[in-house]
Design a protein around this ligand. Structure first.
Ligand code: SAM
Length: 207
């Protein structure tokens, strides 16, 4: 089930998911709708597959690894309060511009490995979306579990090469899933290919 604020549209000869909002990265637009490019967004791949992410219209979201706002801008188009954590100042500058058009998007220049540094700002959330691409991706998800409502969901993108460039991605994914199981029950874990090589898409619920 997808949120009503995410629809399938054909724009400029391309068909795919779209949200209603101000354009951000040169994506095709029509009548206020903007196409959501699966090759630039791991979350779009999951929504396109109709995976139950828990995201709905008005959901409260904690987004870890917002970068310059490509994916989180689409999320904020249909979600409720959307807290966007990014620790690199350069993409944060772009993210601030994206947030200027979205009053429900709250950029936080913080390190997702230090959730105590934003715990005073972030309320309990329905969904954590995580796409940080650093070593220790399961640890980041476990550290931020405290923000997730009991019936909430974690939507995690795991980049194998960020954990260890030399190892077989399947072995890395297995290890990440094992670590994640220390705080979450995994509902879905599938490769995000062909859109994102060596990435695993995971949906999990807190245990
Ligand atoms: N999710 C983005 C999208 O789809 O538009 C792309 C995210 S990019 C793959 C990963 C981002 O995570 C980078 O901008 C990086 O600076 C950020 N990041 C990595 N480690 C982080 C951390 N510990 N805390 C906050 N941001 C982090």
């Amino acid at each position: 089930m997808s949120p009503d604020g995410v629809a399938r549209k054909s724009i400029d000869g391309e068909t795919g998911l779209a949200t209603e909002g101000e354009p951000v990265y040169g994506e095709p637009t029509a009548d206020g709708w903007r196409l959501w490019d699966r090759s630039r967004s791991k979350l779009a791949v999951l929504l396109d597959r109709e995976v139950e992410t828990g995201l709905d219209d008005g959901s409260t979201v904690l987004y870890l690894g917002a970068a310059s706002g490509t994916t989180v801008s689409h999320v904020a188009d249909f979600a409720g309060p959307t807290y966007a954590v990014e620790f690199a100042p350069r993409p944060m500058r772009d993210l601030l511009d994206v947030a200027a058009d979205r009053e429900n998007l709250f950029p936080l220049l913080k390190d997702a490995r230090e959730p105590e540094s934003y715990a005073h700002v972030v309320e309990p959330v329905d969904v954590i979306v995580q796409d940080v691409a650093i070593r220790g991706q399961a640890d980041v998800a476990l550290a931020n579990r405290q923000f997730l409502r009991e019936d909430g969901r974690l939507v995690l993108s795991v980049k194998a090469r960020s954990e260890d460039v030399t190892r077989d991605p399947e072995a890395v994914f297995e290890e990440v899933e094992e670590r994640l199981a220390e705080g979450y029950e995994i509902e879905y874990a599938e490769s995000l290919e062909p859109f994102h090589d060596d990435h695993l898409g995971v949906v999990a619920t807190p245990e």
